[in-house]
Design a protein around this ligand. Structure first.
Ligand code: SF4
Ligand code: SF4
Length: 129
């Protein structure tokens, strides 16, 4: 009886180990693998320079004062400090010409905080895939 109990005691954990061994891992090999962003994910902004009329509405509505209007190619455009941004999306919502949108680009990390400042030129570049 005792021997049977001991054998059963070994079989149970062995079954668990085998089940785990052949199971698909729950984690991903980041950064080579990552999750697909969910629909309407609010990542870094994209600015369509042709659509932007320089009204400054995005800058006025921003609760974190993350948007400053700057001169670029003779016109006024928003510049966004992503270090201050909370990705609320209010600037995008209020933009009257839909010039400002949010991309799924979420991998934003910088060694220098000045790199988190996206001027019109950087904002108008398509998000990296
Ligand atoms: S997403 Fe929100 S916090 Fe970020 S720049 Fe736009 S309004 Fe400001
Ligand atoms: S992005 Fe939109 S809200 Fe901001 S200045 Fe341009 S047109 Fe106005």
């Amino acid at each position: 009886m005792n021997l049977l109990k001991s054998v059963m005691g070994l079989i149970k954990p062995a079954k668990v180990i085998f089940r785990i061994l052949f199971k698909k891992p729950m984690t991903l090999k980041f950064p080579s693998e990552s999750l697909e962003p969910v629909k309407d994910y609010r990542g870094r902004h994209f600015l369509n320079l042709e659509k932007c009329v320089g009204c400054g509405m995005c800058s006025r509505v921003c609760p974190n004062n993350a948007i400053e209007m700057v001169k670029f190619n003779g016109k006024t455009y928003p510049q966004i400090h992503l270090g201050k941004c909370c990705f609320c999306g209010l600037c995008v919502e209020r933009c009257p010409t839909k010039a400002l949108t949010m991309t799924p680009e979420a991998m934003l990390s910088f060694y220098d905080k000045s790199l988190a400042i996206y001027g019109p030129s950087k904002l108008s570049q398509t998000a990296e895939k």
